[in-house]
Design a binder for this molecule. Structure first.
Ligand code: SER
Length: 349
């Protein structure tokens, strides 16, 4: 993965300036940095531009080992001045806005989801506009609803999501594209599938089962699944997700025909994932106890059409399902055996 990043970033565009990899790279602020994706993105960007190039931020207290890897600051996305201070003092060029409540937790606390996902977004968008920053905001399969075509779901189609998470993400897509057109904000947005990784826990989404099943396989030997056996959803391994994000951020703006792209890697059901995990853990049992998350999954895409991303900036996934399962099992075996080279699971479990 590192090699392809390096090939890609001999020269990269950041706003109106040009940076050269390994030297004067962009200075990046990641909000919600201690969630599922932030530490991984920080690690990859720091490989490219040095440890000081990424400021990880969150309202959660970091582990000492996280601080050792590079700068960390407290940042509450609801506090405009706090964010503004960081942008000015740290001379930030890009904001990667990962701070958000996911689909299942959002339904359990709608007022908080409105504040974090919508008011927080307004703060970073205004800052990005004022200081001419490049802004990345992830969107999701959750930005679609029951009226959207589900197999495949095109980049542009009707979007009537039924969760506050989905509503807030459509709001982000539309506002970002509007700011791009109206104020020339360099807004970039990828619609992520469910993201699967072994070294941190997901934060309360509908796709979380596809991570939990691996932990259960190697601990209790039994997975209780809250989705139906045939609930098909798009998924992606973290390495592909981080690579997609960095490749997209580095694509010159003139190559882009839109600012919001679907990205696809694979699509599977709980039944299919169970069968694949069982090849590595033959005694694994599964029981289906469907809950309210099934209704959320029922309205989401089964397969993403990501042809625009493939055409405009040559997106291509590297990791199919069999490889993902192999990576997860191999690495989690080491984690549960206490192998220090795998790091440890983050505190969100
Ligand atoms: N993983 C997210 C969720 O399930 C989807 O973007 O909420």
């Amino acid at each position: 993965m590192r090699k392809s990043f390096l090939n890609l970033v001999k020269t990269l565009e950041v706003g109106s300036r040009l940076y050269h990899s390994g030297s004067n790279g962009p200075r990046v602020l990641i909000t919600g940095g201690l969630g599922q994706l932030g530490t991984g993105l920080a690690r990859e960007l720091r490989k490219l531009h040095g440890p000081e190039s990424v400021i990880l931020s969150d309202i959660v207290k970091p582990e000492a080992e996280e601080i050792a890897k590079g700068p960390f600051v407290f940042a509450d996305v609801l506090d405009f001045k706090c964010l503004q201070e960081i942008v000015v003092n740290k001379r930030i060029d890009w904001i990667v806005h990962f701070s958000a409540l996911l689909s299942a937790v959002g339904e359990n606390n709608v007022p908080l989801a409105v504040r974090v996902n919508i008011e927080g977004l307004h703060n970073v968008m205004e800052l990005a506009k004022q200081y001419k920053l490049k802004l990345f905001v992830p969107s999701t399969i959750g930005a679609f609803g029951p009226e959207s075509p589900r197999n495949p779901t095109p980049n542009i189609c009707i979007q009537r999501p039924k969760t506050i998470y989905g509503v807030s993400k459509v709001h982000a897509e539309l506002l970002g594209e509007y700011y791009h057109k109206r104020f020339n904000l360099d807004f970039r947005c990828l619609r992520y599938p469910g993201i699967i990784l072994y070294d941190s826990h997901p934060g309360g989404g509908t796709t979380d089962y596809a991570v939990q099943i691996f932990h259960d396989a190697l601990t209790t030997g039994k997975h209780v699944c809250y989705l139906r056996p045939d609930a098909r959803l798009p998924m992606m391994y973290i390495d592909d997700c981080l690579r997609a994000t960095i490749e997209y951020m580095m694509t010159p703006g003139k190559q882009l025909t839109t600012r919001t792209y679907n990205v696809h890697a694979m699509s599977f059901t709980p039944e299919e994932l169970y069968a694949e995990v069982k090849k590595h853990v033959p005694n694994l049992e599964i029981e289906y106890k469907v809950d309210s998350r099934q209704a959320i999954a029922d309205a989401w895409p089964m397969v993403f059409d990501d042809s625009s991303a493939r055409t405009d900036w040559s997106w291509k996934e590297n990791i199919p399902m069999e490889k993902l399962v192999d990576i997860m099992i191999t690495n989690l075996r080491k984690v549960y055996a206490g192998d220090p080279s795998t790091g440890k699971l983050d505190a969100m479990a």
